[in-house]
Design a protein around this ligand. Structure first.
Ligand SMILES: *Cc1c(COP(=O)(O)O)cnc(C)c1O
Length: 450
């Protein structure tokens, strides 16, 4: 075993998040109100003012509050690891590095924003946060953050996942959250769905409606989202800022930066500080976002205004989208099943700064196994998409006989996804083709804005 780790001292934990808004190639198209289609900020009844401001801030660096840095220290700075053992197994001249975000208490990058969001809500006197979760990664990250700041946490968990993924549910309970299978009898939205179909398995869209309804109807409750929005991507940039310092220690620098994308937050968090450096120093760094073929918004969707949720509670955003009524196949990378994409990632892809590819799940699981058997850590199914792309890039380096430096975000571990690994090892996983017909149907529901 010949792994090389680049570790930062606690003192080197970044003091500011990087806000890419002033450095975007063009101004971001504004959010539009879901009823009037007029430009709107994020609605304050749903979000605390600090986050409404961060969402549209023009300040390039935003100080990380001491209380947030204090909590970050539980697991940050995270290691940057040179995957020497994987390099050797691939017999590649490439240098492969990963930023290991799986070392957080919840096992993924998501606490980077959950902690910040809980803090700002607490500051403004909010008592309770409501949110939705699919497989439970985001719900458990927010439950963890709320427990540390003494906030109540209410999670609507998609009913099929509530039944199929008991251990993330347990994790949320351990951190004191209330977890309700969605659709539920607790909200108007839930009751309406159940009246139509008492056996509804639920969906992310329905769970968002329930969580948002609770926040709209209770003054002490705000809503919290784990990806997509500008302030969420902002909080994740602590990842890339650390990585920049670690590459200085390694005396190396990435030629290509890779991340899996669901809503885009882990990829943005790693990549945006490197996008800034590329512009500043006129570098040629490549950026590669990896999505599943079952839900390929960046590679197949149009760049258009669409609803952020299934029912139109949230504002419209300009983004690459498959249509808000699109429901992807039940791939195991549940965190990559969002119909749209972060507006900031969408703008950078439109401008040609970020490339994107889509990969089917079985080849990603094969890469995850190769990673587990060389580097020792079992990846989340989402993360396996970034690993597949990094391995393929390393194999291209071997063919071309060039030693490029590859960096990817190890967004989370797969310890609660063992059923997916069992299915893969038993040969039961299938790949899904690009669902052209379903997407065409869903795109008919795009709001007619322009
Ligand atoms: C949620 C999740 C993702 C996808 O979300 P992004 O906002 O695109 O980062 C990726 N990896 C893991 C481990 C996740 O939990």
């Amino acid at each position: 075993m010949d792994q090389v780790k680049y570790l930062l001292d606690e003192k080197e934990l970044p003091e500011a998040w990087y806000n890419i808004i002033p450095d975007l190639p063009a101004p971001l198209p504004p959010y539009l109100h879901p009823a009037t289609y007029q430009p709107t900020p994020l609605p304050p009844p749903l979000f605390p003012m600090a986050l409404v401001h961060q969402e549209q801030s023009q300040e390039r660096f935003i100080a990380i509050p001491d209380e947030v840095r204090h909590v970050y220290r539980i697991w940050r700075p995270t290691p940057l690891v040179r995957a020497r053992n994987l390099e050797r197994a691939l017999d590649t001249p490439a240098h492969i590095y990963y930023k290991n975000e799986s070392v957080s208490p919840a096992g993924s990058h998501k606490p980077n924003t959950a902690v910040a969001q809980a803090y700002y809500n607490k500051q403004e006197g909010v008592k309770r946060l409501s949110t939705e979760t699919g497989a439970g990664q985001w719900g458990s990250a927010l439950a963890f953050a709320c427990s540390l700041f003494g906030l109540e946490c209410k999670v609507y968990m998609v009913k099929v996942s509530y039944q199929q993924k008991p251990y993330r549910r347990s994790l949320m309970h351990v951190w004191g959250a209330t977890v309700t299978p969605s659709p539920s009898e607790e909200t108007e939205s839930g009751r309406r769905i159940l009246a139509e179909d008492p056996n509804s398995p639920g969906s992310l869209g329905i769970a968002i409606s329930e969580a948002a309804e609770v926040a709209f109807s209770d003054d002490n409750t705000r809503y919290s989202l784990g990806s997509v929005l500008n302030h969420v991507l902002l909080h994740q940039t602590v990842v890339g800022e650390e990585a920049l310092k670690q590459f200085a220690l390694a005396d190396d620098y990435p030629d290509v930066v890779i991340g899996c994308v669901g809503g885009g937050s882990n990829f943005a968090g790693l990549a945006f500080p490197f996008v800034r450096e590329r512009q500043r120093k006129n570098l040629k760094t490549r950026f590669l976002a990896v999505e599943p073929t079952a839900c390929p918004s960046l590679t197949k969707g149009p760049y258009a205004y669409d609803l952020g949720d299934a029912v139109g509670m949230a504002p419209l955003a300009k983004m690459y989208t498959l249509g808000h009524t699109f429901i992807p196949e039940g791939i195991h990378a549940g965190g990559l099943r969002y119909h749209g994409m972060a507006p900031q990632i969408s703008a950078l892809h439109k401008a040609g700064i970020i490339d994107a590819i889509a990969l089917p799940q079985t080849t990603c699981f094969a890469a995850a196994l190769q990673f587990a058997r060389t580097e020792g850590i079992v990846p989340a199914p989402e993360t396996s998409h970034a690993i597949r792309a990094a391995i393929d890039e390393a194999l291209r380096c071997k063919e071309e006989g060039v030693a490029r430096t590859i960096l990817f975000n190890f967004s989370g571990h797969g310890h609660f996804d063992m059923a997916a690994y069992d299915a893969y090892l038993a040969g039961q996983l299938v790949d899904y083709d690009y669902p052209a017909d379903k997407v065409a149907e869903a795109l008919k529901s795009l709001p007619k804005v322009e």
